[in-house]
Design a protein. Structure first.
Length: 264
């Protein structure tokens, strides 16, 4: 596991965007095969998406040969609802870049058969060639996507019931009312994320500090699904000083030293 530590969330977001763009450009330089990208929602990736938009408009990267799959969507929330993840992604990324509409994939939370939708989504990821890179965030309790604590580390795309804690955290997007947050969601599984060639997780702010401590220094456990990244050959957490604050001092020094050595 690699840990990239920046002074603040803005700097971490810029690092992530430029890293993603570099990986898209690297693949484009050696093959005509599309770059398959996993994407997340929430407030955490907004600055990363803003930088990617800037880079597309500046001609520094193109999404014309990118195929994207989003990690989750609420069940039963209309696509046009401002807090659906369909709306979020178009508002903060897709409406501003050159990715073809047919390359954009988001789970259908209004599907008549949600289990069939999940199975088809998992199949589509495989048929696209699997993720070259998956960009995710992490919840305060260490969950990735909607893989709440005690989700199997071998889980795949499925229907999940959201915990009350998650609904309360997300209530800020629904007028402060946890009951307005849908009770279920469709989500890629932990194993779906970890099957990616690379995984980049964003974690900013002091509220994520316990999750990072558990994921980095704790045992690999379904209690903290982010901890599954410990077993990934190319997993990276991009964090800020506030979110890394609960790891041991020597762990912090180690990660800073590794990055300094690799940047020489």
């Amino acid at each position: 596991m690699k840990i990239i530590i920046r002074d603040n969330a803005k700097q971490g977001s810029l690092w992530a965007a430029r890293y993603i763009a570099s990986k898209i450009n690297e693949k484009a330089a050696r093959t005509s095969e599309p770059f398959v990208l996993g994407l997340c929602t929430g407030s955490t990736p907004i600055d990363t998406y803003a930088e990617l938009i800037r880079m597309v408009k500046a001609g520094e990267v193109s999404f014309k040969n990118v195929i994207s799959f989003n990690m989750d969507e609420y069940v039963g929330l209309p696509v046009e609802h401002p807090e659906s993840y369909h709306s979020f992604m178009h508002r903060y990324l897709f409406d501003h870049i050159d990715e073809p509409a047919e390359n954009i994939h988001i789970l259908d939370g209004n599907a008549a058969d949600t289990e069939a939708e999940c199975a088809a989504y998992e199949k589509a990821i495989v048929e696209a060639g699997g993720f070259d890179l998956f960009l995710g965030g992490v919840g305060e309790d260490g969950h990735i996507a909607f893989n709440e604590p005690f989700s199997s580390l071998s889980s795949r795309t499925r229907v999940v019931t959201l915990t009350q804690d998650t609904r309360e955290v997300n209530a800020r997007f629904f007028g402060g009312n946890p009951e307005a947050v849908p009770a279920q969601a469709l989500t890629v599984g932990v194993a779906t994320v970890l099957s990616s060639k690379e995984v980049v997780i964003l974690a900013f702010g002091s509220k994520k500090a316990r999750a990072l401590r558990d994921a980095i220094e704790g045992p690999m456990s379904h209690y903290c699904t982010l901890s599954g990244l410990q077993n990934h050959p190319a997993g990276t957490i991009v964090c800020d000083e506030a979110s890394i604050g609960e790891v041991k001092v020597n762990s912090y020094r180690y990660f800073k030293a590794v990055e300094a050595a690799e940047s020489r």
